[in-house]
Design a protein. Structure first.
Length: 482
């Protein structure tokens, strides 16, 4: 006789449907397969799953209604990519195309150069837009003698990939982008205004969760494998569109769209709807039916690695060390009315997923540009918060008249992501109906530079790196150098 098990939902024939839900882009078509093991090491460990293949060359688009979806472009032959590389090298010139271990960009000199371009009726050049090819921020330096605020980090020649994303010609890593840096600088600007948290969240509505609970109750215990497509469709219809929330910055920025893309693609990986290009243990591969209740939710968040900042004794130099990004988890339950409550219990499969994702993050960022971009956004916010905290703006007499003025240099020019369709991964496994959904990105830059989280420059290597930079002999109008 059918009955409820201790923590789960027993279905007909003793077979249980594992349902994983996530706020995700609308997937035009999914493929049913009997083997989800790939050579990337991601394995659902199930008999049947609904899976979407590897999407490293994917981005997002937002329509006029604010609904976000995946954009894919695949160059299977590699011919277009090779042509882009050749054209980029020819266009950049020797100095800009040459890789550099430590390229320096003076922010106030860059602003002056951008201002000159705007006054001449021109847009900032690609060299400016992509910060002379810098792929990450390693240092922030301040030079009292010249009043320069300098970012320093590795750089290389850049090209535009098939999705319109600037990436390194050699490494394929995402470039730093001026429009993102401007958002970070405005968030912690010369006026002293501080934003506690920058981030995004993608969540089902309370009404959608209540409809989902009603559907689960009405469906009863009659599910069989052939019902899988109908259950998936009904759950998607019940949950409906999920809500995108942006905190701390304008939702109409490239910065905001990257936060959202990084968030929902992480969730697709977690529930087995996207196969990553590196080995990551997905949530569904280790989910234990006996450990998860029928109304359990798994929430996963990106947060900065707050042990990743080293400061010189005089405060004029800061180094961003480590990988900078962690994925953490939290468990919730859904009440009958669709409200959610956080629980104190921890799910082993969820912890295994977030730990695996965090450990693989450097390799993932080298193959999926959006995760290099997320790391760069976090570093930009931490750098900007430090510049404000140390009052480098005041010391340099830099009021950021161009970078800080949306009318002069607009960056809030993108359609805001407001909603995404629900994607459902249906997997027959064990004896429990599970629903991992929700999560987001939460960045608190002020925490990263608080006294309890910074590291001291005990060996003096950071101060030495600061003093090694030659800045007094720059040519008029020069804003970057190696």
């Amino acid at each position: 006789m059918d009955r409820f098990c201790r923590r789960g939902w027993l279905l007909k024939s003793g077979i249980c449907l594992l349902l994983a839900l996530v706020a995700a882009p609308c997937l035009a078509q999914t493929t049913t397969t009997t083997d989800t093991t790939t050579d990337t090491g991601t394995d659902t460990g199930t008999d049947t799953a609904v899976v979407v293949g590897n999407l490293p060359g994917a981005g997002v688009v937002v329509d006029a209604a604010g609904v976000l979806s995946i954009k894919r472009q695949v160059d299977n032959s590699g011919t277009l990519d090779r042509n882009r590389r050749r054209e980029a090298v020819a266009a950049l010139g020797r100095d800009l195309a040459k890789p550099s271990d430590l390229r320096k960009v003076s922010l106030n000199r860059l602003e002056a150069a951008v201002t000159r371009e705007l006054r001449e009726g021109r847009r900032p050049s690609e060299e400016m837009a992509y910060l002379a090819g810098m792929t990450s921020i390693r240092y922030v330096f301040y030079y009292p003698e010249t009043h320069d605020i300098v970012l320093a980090g590795p750089a290389e020649g850049f090209m535009i990939d098939e999705l319109g994303r600037p990436v390194g010609i050699v490494s394929g890593r995402a470039m730093l982008q001026l429009e993102d840096l401007i958002v970070a600088l405005r968030t912690f600007g010369p006026d002293g205004h501080k934003v506690g948290t920058v981030g995004c969240s993608i969540d089902p509505t309370q009404e959608g969760l209540a409809r989902m609970q009603d559907f689960l109750r009405s469906f009863g215990n009659q599910a069989v494998r052939s019902d899988t497509p109908a259950i998936v469709e009904s759950l998607q219809r019940s949950l409906g569109l999920q809500t995108v929330t942006i905190n701390g910055i304008s939702p109409n920025t490239h910065f905001a769209n990257i936060l959202v893309e990084a968030d929902y693609r992480m969730k697709l990986i977690g529930i087995g709807l996207e196969v990553p290009p590196v080995r990551i243990r997905s949530f569904v591969s280790g989910a234990s039916p006996s450990a998860v209740s029928r109304n359990a939710l798994q929430r996963w968040y990106f947060v900065p690695d707050y042990e990743s900042v080293r400061v010189s004794d005089d405060g004029n130099a800061v180094e961003l060390i480590g990988d900078g990004v962690k994925l953490v988890g939290a468990d919730e339950v859904v009440r009958a009315d669709g409200t959610r409550q956080q629980t104190k219990r921890s799910d082993r499969a969820s912890k295994a997923f977030v730990d695996s994702f965090t450990n693989a993050y450097p390799q993932l960022a080298s193959k999926m540009p959006v995760y290099a971009q997320l790391r760069n956004l976090i570093d930009m916010l931490v750098a900007s918060a430090y510049i404000q905290q140390q009052d480098f703006y005041g010391q340099a007499e830099w009021s950021m008249e161009t970078f800080g003025n949306e009318q002069v240099l607009p960056v809030e020019i993108y359609a805001a992501a407001k909603q995404v369709d629900t994607a459902v991964n249906a997997i027959w496994k064990g004896n429990t109906l599970m629903t991992p959904i929700g999560g987001g990105v939460h960045i608190n830059p002020l925490k990263a530079i608080s006294a309890e989280h910074i590291q001291s420059d005990e060996e003096g290597t950071l101060a030495a790196a600061h003093d090694k930079v030659e800045i007094k002999n720059l040519a008029d109008g020069q804003w970057w150098w190696d």
